[in-house]
Design a protein around this ligand. Sequence first.
Ligand SMILES: [Zn+2]
Length: 111
Amino acid sequence: MSDQVVDVYVAANGPQAHFLRGLLADAGIDARVVGDALQAAGYNTVTPPHLWVRADQVEAAREVLTDWEAQSHQPPPEDRAPPTWDCPTCGAEVDADFDLCWQCQTPRKPY
Ligand SMILES: [Zn+2]
């Protein structure tokens, strides 16, 4: 059965599934996204898209997906949210760039 397919991965969502399908295609693996067609057709399904590959390409596909997971699950860079301080007088959240509360002009307390 050379056309047997194996479910190798459950993607978080459709775009991710199609991204991974492209990644597998780059590696010479012919993957199929199964499941998100239902969502596209308007069915309210909670089934996430699956990636299917031919049985003889399962090992190669798993390798690609494992590499991808290792890369994408690296610790995120430092929290990029700008630091803020809370005004002790009115409780407003003030951007760290400002030393006075934008709402009541209370100066920032030195820590
Ligand atoms: Zn304030």
